[in-house]
Design a protein around this ligand. Sequence first.
Ligand SMILES: [Zn+2]
Length: 222
Amino acid sequence: MQVVDLSHPVRCGMQVFPGDPSVTLRSAATVAADGFAVAELHLGSHSGTHLDAPLHTVEGGGSVDTMVLETLMGPARIVAVPGAAANAVVRWTEVGGQLEGLQPGTIVLFCTGWSRHFGTPAYLQHPTLDAGIAEQLVAAGVRLVGVDTLNPDPTPGPAQPGQTPGGTALPFHDAFLGAGGGIVENLTNLEKVVWPEPRFSALPLKLEGLDGSPVRAVAWRP
Ligand SMILES: [Zn+2]
């Protein structure tokens, strides 16, 4: 079996969504001092490669611990969006041709190549997916979407001093999570999945009542 790891390493100070909790990993016990090693983790529910549950943008929506596991693993289709420019909006007319004959339950992963910018300011200026794509995928019975960017919706820049925080527009999230689906963000290495009909899995920690969870996302060739 061939497996490609689609996850970014989780490490201290890694890039996160502007304003999200920072990632800190520190030693709580060591083999030298205690006879065993234990680490203390501080991170947000959307740190690194992670899954958004409906609850992330839908009041009263499902949490990660209640998501149906069958929807989070299975056959996947990778949509190539090569050369997408900074802040470009990808529309259904550009990608629909790659999604013909989609079976309900297929996992759809968008490969823009933007993961190469992870950890740099350019990563925040990622291409985005028009909400019309979410509507088409929901209509086709897709329950899980993945992106190799921070966010399928536009990511606002860091808050400026004196700026009043406004509501964040998340039309793709609203359409897809609103239909009960899940979104995997911050994937990487999607361009290494080169065989037809890959399988994909992104299982969250069973964090009770939470809106998201880091995942170890993988693709494999059965
Ligand atoms: Zn998220």
